[in-house]
Structure formats: C-alpha cells, structure tokens
Design a binder for this molecule. Structure first.
Ligand code: FAD
Ligand code: NAP
Length: 468
C-alpha cells in the first residue's frame, strides 16, 4: 500500500515527504488524477467499487452506477475526449461505442503502469476529516485508513433525478415509469406507446431508439433547446475552430447561425422554440432526432401536466395513452461518503475554485465535477495534474479570499448566461476552461517559486498517515 515510484523531479517537496492521498473512484476522472500522482511520485490509494476502471463507460458495470445503454456512442468526438498524451486508436471512428471507450480507459491505466495502485471492488463508505486535518477513510471491507489529502472522483451522472414533485396522478399510471439511468435497450418499447420526457442527450437517444420499435413515441419537453448535429461541413461539430480568445458573444452568434442554417430552428420541426440563445444551455447533440421527427415516428409534445390512469395529459391540453414513460430528467450531484455538514451539493449547487478547490477545506479536491460544452476527460486530466503540482508545492493557490471572489464572479457569470436549471450549476466551456486553467497554473507556479516551493501546510504528512 501507498508505495510511490521515484520517477519525477519536482521543485517542491524536497526534504519533505509527499502527502498520502486517497482517490475515490477509478472512472475516467479518477484514473487521470491517479496517473498525475503516480507520475510525480506521490503515494496514493485509488479505491474503486467496481472490478474495472471506466465507471459510466462500463456497460452493466458491477457497481450498479453506470447509465450506459447497449447502443450508447459518445457524442463528444474522439479527439475531444482523448487524454492529451494517449490518443485513442487510429482505427476508432469519430464517435466510438461505449465498449471501445471502456477499453481505451483500461489501456490508459496499463500504458502508464499504475494499475496496482487501484484497489478494486473496494468502496469508500465514509470519509471524515479530523480536527488535525487528517482524513479517516472507512472502506466497505471494514478496514479504516488515514490520508493527508482526499481526491473525490465519484462521478455526477449516476444518481437519477426524478421529477420533483412527481406529476399529479402518476401513482395511478398502470404502465412502466422509469428513469433514463436504468434504460438498457429498446426491446422494452416493442409495440408500446412511449412518452420520453426531457430535452437532454438521454432523451434524444432514447426517443430515437424507441421510435424504431414502439407503436408511438412522444417526446415531451418543458422548454426548447438548440439541437446540435454531430457533423457540419463533414466534420464533427466540436472540431470546428473555437478560439477562447474570441469573445464568447461572437462565437455564440456564429455557432447559432451555423446550426440554424444547417438544421433549421427547432420550432420548424415542431419542437418548442428555445427561450435562449445557443450556448446558454448544455448542448443537446443528435444527428438523428430531427430525421425521426420528420419521418413522423416521434411526436413532439410540451411538458407532462398530469396522469389519469394510462392517459398522459400535456400542458397544452392534449392527451395520449401510454404504456411506458421514461424520465430523462437528469442527475443529482451527491457524495454519499462525505458528511453533509462538511460539503454537499443541494440542488446540484457546489461552489469550488475552478470546480476543484474548496477554500475552506484545503486538503479536499474534486476531479471531473464539471459539465463542459465538450468532453470531460482532458479537463479531468488537467485538473489532476494541477492538484498533483499543488500537493508537491509546485503550484500555490491564491488566498482563500481571492478564491472566494473568483468563485462568486464565476457563479454570477454562470447564472447570467445559462437557463435556470439544476443541470446548469457546474458548466464550463471546454477550450476556455483549459486556457484559463493553464494561465492560473502559470500564476500559481510563479507564486510557488517566489515562496520557495513550499508544499501546502494543510497536506503535510501527519504521524497518523506515516504509520498507516
Ligand atoms: C449516458 C451518458 C453518456 C455520456 N456521454 C458523454 C460523452 O459522450 N462525452 C463526455 O465527455 N461525457 C459524457 N458523459 C458524462 C460522463 O459523466 C463522463 O463521460 C464520465 O463518465 C465521467 O467520468 P467520472 O470518472 O467523473 O465519473 P464516472 O464515470 O461515473 O466514474 C466514477 C467512478 O467512481 C466509482 N465510485 C463512486 N463512488 C465510489 C465510492 N464510494 N468508492 C469507490 N468508488 C466509487 C464508480 O464505481 C466509478 O467507477 C455521459 C454521461 C452519461 C450518463
Ligand atoms: N450519447 C451521449 O453521449 C449521451 C447520451 C445521454 C446523456 N449524455 C450526457 O449525460 C449527461 C446527462 O444527460 P441527461 O440528458 O440524462 O440529463 P440532463 O442533461 O440533465 O437533461 C435533463 C432534461 O430533463 C428536463 N427536466 C428535468 N426535470 C424535469 C421535470 N421535472 N419536468 C420536465 N422536464 C425536466 C431538463 O429540462 P430543463 O433544461 O428545463 O431543466 C432537461 O431537458 C449529460 O452530460 C449528457 O451530455 C450523453
């Protein structure tokens, strides 16, 4: 346990032992953080509930937490999703299948050689921070261990959010009500009348899959979104040039016009008209939904109002008989192993410096807790490297007051820009985030240099962790 190879020079930490770190989760975020620790010789244990890495991308994952369905393909293109130093195989398509993505994460771990640092089939049940700052981590094996720092990478797309409150009369519905999280394949829809609720990516995929086998598929939405095609000009949309130095408003206007020209405004297809401009909601990406609507195999509807037995009433007064209702209504951000008084995300709100650092809990870090316009993996990779540099003293944080001011400004900007929704609480723009993070890391490296590369006091190894 907790061995670390001597494989990297750092400015900080010379003469001092690096801290002992616990990483929770070996999904694509946890393994990116683990690799950064491993490369820098920081001792760590990465606990993973499942028997393999990859989290959400492992279909029928033993951990029971994956939302992957049989025909899930990524909607962020391959070059957007791959880690910066480990390209996906050249024979992968632009939008690989979940099985290829899961295999890629397995190869990543073996390529960089840190598989033995992952403790599989071991869940973290509880992590508490003592008055001395040391983390006591209780495992579901019954064992307890101590760490100087905790990295949380438990994912944020596994705890289903059902409509709250439930729709009036939903308890009288005799058919199946399910959440997208438990959707496996369209065999359950064969010959049925299906209502899919939501306008995110789960709703798009599930409505399309239903449309091939169901007697009737309705797509119900409480508000409209811009539907982004997967390709424009023969290229995956997320590969079109997006320079963070160009003001957002200009990029926004350009992209919205492009989508309108290419796919038409959503209302021309019978979908609700978006009440916002492109980029003010998490992108709904689908190359197939408009086609299925145009073929009459999916009927757009406004929000559900109520149920009366098998009759679903929509807010425009129309009704439909249904056998299955699929709630594609998103996910809750939760950390079941942390005490709520310490930190939690009520209504999905959590305030962290650049989505990673809590100014009040200096040895707790979150990786992958963001919702990018783009893929998560390269951002988790950058966050992992950032935290690892911090732990060694190669990067120094701004003061707590400066971090709080930065958080407040970021929260205000997010509220101004995005449609009010529980799904828009941790948004970032992919290129802008990486650009700003690189800038912040340079500034923090300069602070660290000026202060003699001191590792953060709050993460110093304690007697408790030295003994474990
Ligand atoms: C259907 C669907 C499709 C998606 N498609 C895309 C896409 O195309 N592109 C994209 O960028 N993102 C996509 N996402 C977002 C998704 O969150 C990321 O792709 C990715 O899975 C995030 O990785 P992660 O490691 O943060 O979380 P996860 O993949 O959820 O991994 C978390 C890991 O932590 C482990 N864990 C959790 N709690 C504990 C504990 N207490 N103890 C030990 N281990 C624990 C879990 O077992 C799991 O292995 C999609 C999400 C969904 C639901
Ligand atoms: N192929 C893929 O790669 C793929 C497939 C599926 C999912 N994903 C990813 O997985 C993540 C989760 O996506 P998701 O689609 O499951 O969730 P989501 O993005 O959170 O979307 C939830 C949808 O449900 C609506 N909604 C929530 N509560 C509602 C209520 N009570 N009544 C009516 N409508 C309600 C939301 O509307 P409001 O906007 O009004 O809140 C929104 O349209 C995203 O990152 C997504 O990109 C990717």
């Amino acid at each position: 346990m907790l061995q670390a190879p001597e494989n990297r020079e750092s400015h900080g930490g010379s003469g001092t032992e690096p801290p002992a770190v616990c990483v929770i989760g070996a999904g694509s975020s946890g393994i990116a953080a683990a690799k950064a620790l491993y490369e820098r010789g920081i001792p760590f244990d990465c606990f993973e509930k499942s028997d393999r890495v990859g989290g959400n991308w492992v279909f029928a994952n033993k951990n029971g937490m994956s939302a992957a369905y049989r025909d899930l393909f990524i909607n962020t293109s391959r070059p957007r999703m791959e880690y910066s130093d480990f390209p996906m195989p050249a024979d992968y398509p632009d939008f690989p299948h979940h099985s290829q993505i899961a295999a890629y994460f397995e190869k990543y771990v073996d390529h960089f050689g840190f598989r033995e640092r992952i403790v599989f089939e071991t869940g973290v049940q509880h992590a508490s921070r003592g008055a001395d700052g040391v983390w006591t981590v209780e495992l579901d094996t019954g064992e307890t261990r101590s760490y100087d720092a905790l990295i949380v990478a438990n994912g944020h797309h596994w705890n289903p959010r059902w409509p709250e409150p439930a729709f009036p009369g939903s308890e009288t519905f005799p058919g199946t009500q399910m959440h997208a999280h438990s959707y496996i394949d369209n065999s359950i829809f064969a010959g049925k009348r299906v209502v899919v609720l939501g306008m995110g990516n789960s709703a798009m995929d599930i409505a399309v899959e239903s449309s091939y086998v169901a007697e009737r598929t309705y797509l119900a939405a409480r508000q409209g979104v811009w539907i982004v095609p997967k390709y424009i000009f023969g290229k995956p949309v997320d590969q079109l040039r997006n320079d963070p130095r160009v003001p957002f408003k200009i990029r926004q206007r350009f992209t919205q016009q492009l989508i309108k020209t290419y796919a038409g405004a959503p209302e021309t297809h019978g979908l609700p008209k978006p009440n916002h401009r492109f980029g003010e909601a998490h992108p709904t990406v689908s190359g197939r939904i408009l086609d299925r609507i145009q073929h009459g195999t999916i009927a757009p509807k406004p929000n559900i109002e109520s149920f009366s037995g098998s009759e679903v009433r929509f807010v425009d007064g129309t009704t439909a008989e249904a056998d299955v209702v699929v709630y594609c209504t998103g996910y809750k951000i939760t950390f079941p192993f942390l005490d709520e008084q310490l930190i939690s995300a009520p209504e999905n709100r959590i305030e962290l410096f650049r989505r990673v650092f809590d100014p009040d809990i200096p040895n707790l870090f979150f990786i992958g807790l963001l919702q990018p316009l783009g893929a998560i993996m390269p951002l988790s990779e950058a966050q992992g490297a950032w935290v690892a540099d911090h732990l060694l003293g190669d990067y120094e944080l701004p003061s707590a007051a400066e971090m709080r001011a930065d958080i407040a400004a970021d929260q205000a900007a997010m509220r101004r820009r995005y449609v009010a929704s529980k799904r828009h609480t941790i948004q970032v723009d992919f290129d802008d985030y990486l650009h700003d993070l690189a800038k912040e890391r340079r500034a923090g490296a300069e602070r660290a240099r000026a202060n003699g590369y001191r590792p953060p006091a709050a993460c110093r190894p304690s007697a408790a962790t030295a003994a474990s």
